[in-house]
Design a protein around this ligand. Structure first.
Ligand code: BGP
Length: 478
């Protein structure tokens, strides 16, 4: 008997805005991601901003899964995928988020995707909102700062829950909801940056707005969970956290406290609400630190209580270290910076590679909540080269994934209930943080480049056959 459960869900993960393309096809409206340009990931001031000649909007074509889905899902099936994590692009279904009736062409597209998965025996795992907030809602309500969004989100959930009954069972409410605890989350996650046009990680910090937006997202998530439980008992709803484990920089007790505070604010705050159905005791200290007050309405407590998720999912790419010394090195990691750990190597984008940290993280989360877990993103963003003979020898990626799967196995031996594993970007796609194609994660290479050129042809990398063998052996043959 192997270590992983017999029905372990091996697969891969993507997000609609980063791989579908067809951004304005068949009635689709613009989402926050569709307003981001290449490289610096800037957000034009208005939806109507003229797209200047030569400006690239990476989500607009991406890798055009919209017209390649059959080929791509067949490749996933060839690797033996049991599950495929993707998102529904909210603006395909409700182009501005505010329509009364859903867009039939958008609904029909996902029928085709889920039917194709089913044909190959692949279970979809659907993220309801993955950086695809309708841009019109940013314009009108400053994104999730507006409580009105809860109702628009529920209309969207009701439409997709009804339409895909019998096709989808596993749902995640918000991708990396805790992005909203960090200033950078304001662009793609909470949408609370109307009028901002600069890089994601230089966005002005407005904690009142983002924590208020988070409160609305918590309510929306809880209402969706309850609605699904009441109406579709077979549905399982999960949360999704961007988990960046951090360690104290030294054993100085001041560093221990600094790290504890950081872990609470960035990693635990959101899932404590989503799993336990109430704000944690330390929440007030976070609000006080930022000098903010969250507007709540009578009944909000009850909504949160009744909408606890069934399972916990997270992304895991790296770990960081936290120091109490404000002058300490903050590292140079792309997007998510933290102090440099002398025991770890980093990716080309500065993300510190820490497989043992995954075992530690799985144990910490499971100890805290005791509900099933799933690692729904993990992987190495790297620059892949096509050799003269056409092969792509991504041994560095295999090495990264092998070490992480091996540590997942240790965590399962430690007693963690792990449902599945979907490495990020199982097919090359657009980077969320930089808009690049050059930061590749896939088992499948896509001929698409940062200047917008490329045939969009798909090629198997060396890791393709390796992952196939991992799945076939249920994680024993690494
Ligand atoms: C997570 C997001 C994904 C994804 C991934 C890799 O934060 O959920 O959308 O893109 O990170 O990040 P990047 O694309 O910046 O390399």
């Amino acid at each position: 008997m192997g270590t992983f459960r017999e029905d372990f869900l091996w697969g891969g993960a993507v997000a609609a805005n980063q791989f579908e393309g067809a951004w304005n096809v068949d009635g689709k409206g613009a989402s926050v991601s569709d307003m981001c340009t290449n490289g610096s990931h800037t957000v034009p001031k208005r939806l109507t901003t003229k797209i200047e000649e030569g400006t690239l909007y990476p989500s607009h074509e991406a890798i055009d899964f919209y017209h390649h889905y059959e080929e791509d899902i067949a490749l996933f099936a060839e690797m033996g995928f049991k599950v495929f994590r993707t998102s529904i692009n909210w603006t395909r279904i409700f182009p501005t988020g505010m329509e009364k009736e859903p867009n039939e062409a958008g609904l029909a597209f996902y029928d085709k995707v889920f039917d194709c998965c089913k044909k190959h025996g692949i279970e979809p795992l659907v993220t309801i909102s993955h950086y695809e907030l309708p841009y019109a809602l940013v314009e009108k309500y400053n994104g999730w700062e507006g409580r009105e969004l809860i109702e628009y989100f529920m209309n969207y959930c009701k439409a997709i829950f009804a339409r895909y009954e019998g096709k989808v069972k596993y749902w995640l409410t918000f991708n990396e909801i805790n992005a909203g605890t960090m200033p950078l989350g304001a662009v793609l996650s909470t949408g609370t940056v109307k009028g901002y046009s600069g890089p994601v990680n230089e966005v002005p910090d407005k904690p009142q707005e983002r924590f208020q937006a988070l409160h609305h997202q918590f309510l929306a998530s809880a209402l969706a969970v309850k609605y699904a439980h009441d109406n579709y008992p077979e549905y399982k709803l999960g949360n999704m956290i961007c988990f960046v484990t951090s360690y104290p920089a030294t054993c100085n007790p001041a560093d221990i406290i600094a790290n504890q505070e950081h872990m609470r604010e960035v990693n635990w705050y959101c899932s404590d609400v989503q799993v336990r159905g109430e704000y944690p005791a330390y929440a007030k200290s976070i609000w006080d630190k930022h000098g903010i007050t969250i507007k709540m309405e009578p009944g909000d407590d009850k909504i949160l209580k009744e909408g606890a998720v069934d399972f916990y999912t997270f992304s895991y790419y790296m770990s960081n270290i936290i120091s109490s010394d404000p002058k300490a090195d903050k590292g140079d990691g792309n997007l998510i910076a933290g102090g440099r750990n002398p025991y770890l190597e980093a990716s080309d984008w500065g993300w510190q590679i820490d497989p043992q940290g995954l075992r530690y993280t799985l144990n910490e989360i499971y100890d805290r909540y005791r509900i099933p877990l799933m690692v729904v993103e993990n992987g190495l963003g790297a620059r892949d080269e096509i050799e003269a003979d056409g092969s792509i020898n991504d041994d560095y990626r295999i090495d990264y994934l092998r070490k992480h799967i091996s540590e997942m196995r240790e965590a399962v031996k430690d007693g963690v209930d792990l449902l599945g594993y979907t490495p990020w970007g199982c097919i090359d796609l657009v980077s969320a943080s930089t808009g690049e194609m050059a930061k590749r994660y896939g088992f499948i290479y896509v001929e698409k480049y940062d200047d917008g050129t490329g045939t969009l042809a798909r090629r198997k990398k060396k890791s393709f056959d390796w992952y196939k063998q991992v799945i076939a052996s249920n994680g024993e043959d690494l």
